[in-house]
Design a protein around this ligand. Structure first.
Ligand code: TMP
Length: 219
């Protein structure tokens, strides 16, 4: 079986950079990896993503919830489970914790409802480890302003999306939500201070993976 690693945090926390670095490092070690994302890790998911992040369409919080879940089921069935069965390590940019943070802590959907749906659709496929990159909201927003927005396979994904454009107050709620998630699942999730330089954050992530015995054995 492969290892399932998810990356979480508010928009602009530095997930994509850290995923790229870890992917490169694991490949150097001879590990077969797959970098994927939610929403949008499948063809259907890409279409769902366009609807979800578009600021032109108004979506109720439950509509958002079920669309993220629809994307997740498809992703699990088409990509995540088959890859893990083939020994491939998955590096996933956002997963179940994003729904808990954004739709739960952010928009006020009951956590119990989200957890019940997850129990039903995830079954045993929980991440082996979840990296939560934490940084001040002001820093994340600055990074977003500087970022280039080219998203492979999802051409309409340009500019600020539904959640990135949300108020700093909303982003603070998400940040607190993520810290709460780590407190509730300390065996699976850990916080990394993402406000430091890229190399230091990368080393921290590797050290934690090693400590939790989720690192390829040296040959
Ligand atoms: P991304 O830009 O990080 O790929 O994610 C798109 C947006 O979707 C991001 O602002 C976070 C949000 N999101 C949720 O609100 N709930 C979820 O379950 C997921 C996976 C993402």
């Amino acid at each position: 079986m492969g290892v399932f690693i998810t990356f979480e945090g508010i928009d602009g926390c530095g997930k994509s950079t850290q995923i790229k670095l870890l992917d490169r490092k694991l490949k150097e070690k001879g590990v077969r990896t797959l970098v994927t994302r939610e929403p949008g890790g499948t063809e259907a998911g890409c279409r769902i993503r366009q609807l979800l992040i578009s600021t032109e369409v108004c979506l109720d919080k439950y509509t958002q919830l079920f669309l993220f879940m629809a994307d997740r089921v498809q992703h699990l069935e088409e990509v995540i489970r088959p890859s893990l069965r083939n020994g491939i390590w998955i590096l996933c940019d956002r997963f179940a914790d994003s729904t808990i943070a954004y739709q739960g802590y952010g928009l006020g959907v009951k956590l119990e409802l989200i957890e019940n749906i997850h129990r039903e659709i995830l079954k045993d496929t929980w991440p082996d480890i979840t990296v939560v990159l934490d940084c001040p909201v002001s820093m994340a927003r600055k990074r977003l302003e500087l970022r280039e927005r080219a998203v492979p396979g999802c051409p309409s994904d340009v500019g600020y999306d539904r959640y990135e454009g949300a108020s700093a107050k909303f982003q603070e709620k998400l940040r607190k939500g993520y810290l709460e998630i780590v407190k509730r699942s300390p065996d699976r999730a850990f916080v990394v201070d993402g406000s430091r330089d890229v190399g230091t954050v990368h080393s921290d992530i590797i050290n934690t993976l090693k400590k939790r015995k989720l690192w390829p054995s040296e040959t």
